[in-house]
Design a protein. Structure first.
Length: 71
């Protein structure tokens, strides 16, 4: 009889523990809304390109100092 009671007692103890916490309800959350803000650094690239162009024009190779070339 001990061989029959021991497994049934173990089964009864574990089956009761399975429902101890109650049902678990998982609520689905909605997807977060992603809002893309305009970048603050949108003016940096045009300013840098403009400064490079101004520097290139200021340092052009048209060096005419009025001196003789030796020809």
């Amino acid at each position: 009889m001990n061989k029959f009671v021991a497994p049934m007692l173990a089964l009864a103890m574990t089956a009761g523990a399975a429902y101890a916490g109650g049902p678990v309800v998982i609520e689905e959350e909605g997807q977060p809304e992603v809002v893309a803000n305009t970048p603050r650094s949108g003016w940096i690239v045009p300013v840098v390109v403009g400064l490079v162009l101004i520097a290139a024009l200021a340092s052009s190779s048209d060096d005419d100092d009025g001196g003789e070339t030796g020809q």
